[in-house]
Design a protein around this ligand. Structure first.
Ligand code: HSE
Length: 336
């Protein structure tokens, strides 16, 4: 029976516990057993039980007391070292400057031969190839479907269904907050008000500068460049322009030509860019709202378009669950 340790027990960690519980019977039917959560940590507290904790009780406790456990800790690596686990589900908030505690946790888990599932963009955008090498050298796996596009299945689609394809380019909208703001600005709403609404909906990053300056999209572009194009790039290699300079006048001018402005991330063998672009209103990349979309150009299959929810508690948990299933199926070897 696989033992799971969840680090960063925020909304996505809670969503994962809910999905584990919702799919309990399915897991039992498919594998004859259900993985157990042996520990869950938020930024200050930890709950542990070698026999397994009740996932819904963890959610309940976090929601009522704002703490996942009774025990406090100061060093997450000490907690990781004190728990017997097989899979680390790392869902701490993204720190795009240093990788933060998420990077330390992932490095620790991989170097101790534990599988990792993460949606934390910082460690992947900063140290992608180092982490893949660590996984390979220690005979374990790292999966990160939910790090790009949330529930929109882009990474596993490229690695599994499109495994034999040469992917020529990927262009897309990878930040729901920016797309929501730009869509609201299309209807005359001021930038600040639209950002506030996006924050209330729970889409924005802890520090929304990361959304509006294009850093969040750039992290996803760096992850795709490494994971899908097998390039060796870091976040700092991405050419980034955010949306803070987009004026209502620019939006109105675009509208007069039947165009919209959208923040596009683009990756190819030679390109690595995030910038606002003029998009014809009826083009697939002209979508409104919080959805993410990606236009993939594959050499044999040709153009493929995917669209889906790029954030959200249960949606992102769905992506984590798909990685868990890949690990339980033992088909999680070929990532790069
Ligand atoms: N802040 C991100 C967004 C969340 O708005 O898309 C998902 O990475």
């Amino acid at each position: 029976m696989k033992r799971i340790l969840i680090s960063g027990f925020g909304t996505v960690g809670q969503g994962f516990c809910e999905v584990l519980s919702l799919r309990k019977d399915w897991l039992m039917e498919r594998y004859g057993e259900v993985p157990v959560v042996v520990a869950a940590m938020d930024s200050k507290t930890v709950a542990k039980c070698p026999e397994g904790l009740d996932p819904l009780a963890l959610v309940e406790r976090k929601q009522t007391s704002r703490k996942v456990g009774e025990e406090t800790y100061s060093d997450s690596l000490e907690v990781l070292g004190s728990v017997d686990f097989d899979i680390l589900v790392e869902v701490s908030p993204t720190d795009i400057k240093t990788g933060g505690v998420g990077l330390k946790n992932i490095e620790y888990a991989l170097s101790h031969g534990k599988d990792v599932i993460t949606v934390n963009k910082g460690p992947l955008a900063l140290e992608f190839n180092k982490l893949m090498t660590l996984a390979k050298d220690n005979g374990c796996r790292i999966r990160f479907e939910g790090s790009v596009g949330g529930a929109m299945p882009i990474i596993n689609l490229c690695h599994e269904n499109l495994a034999a394809e040469k992917i020529r380019s990927v262009r897309g909208i990878f930040n729901g907050t920016c797309n929501f703001i730009l869509s609201k600005m299309d209807n005359g709403q001021p930038f600040e008000q639209a950002l506030k609404e996006a924050q209330q909906l729970g889409y924005a990053e802890t520090d929304p500068t990361n959304d509006v300056e294009g850093y969040d999209t750039a992290a996803k572009v760096a992850i795709l460049a490494n994971a899908v194009f097998h390039r060796d790039v870091k976040f700092s290699d991405v050419k980034i322009t955010g949306i803070t300079g987009i004026t209502p006048e620019a939006i109105a001018q675009a509208a007069s030509r039947n165009m919209v402005i959208r923040l596009i991330g683009e990756i190819s063998e030679t390109k690595l860019e995030v910038s606002p672009r003029l998009i014809p209103r009826d083009h697939p990349l002209g979508i409104s709202g919080t959805l993410n979309i990606a236009l993939i150009e594959a050499d044999l299959a040709g153009p493929i378009t995917i669209k889906g929810r790029g954030a959200g508690r249960i949606e992102t948990a769905s992506a984590i669950f798909s990685d868990l299933v890949a690990i339980l199926d033992g088909r999680a070897e070929k990532l790069c």
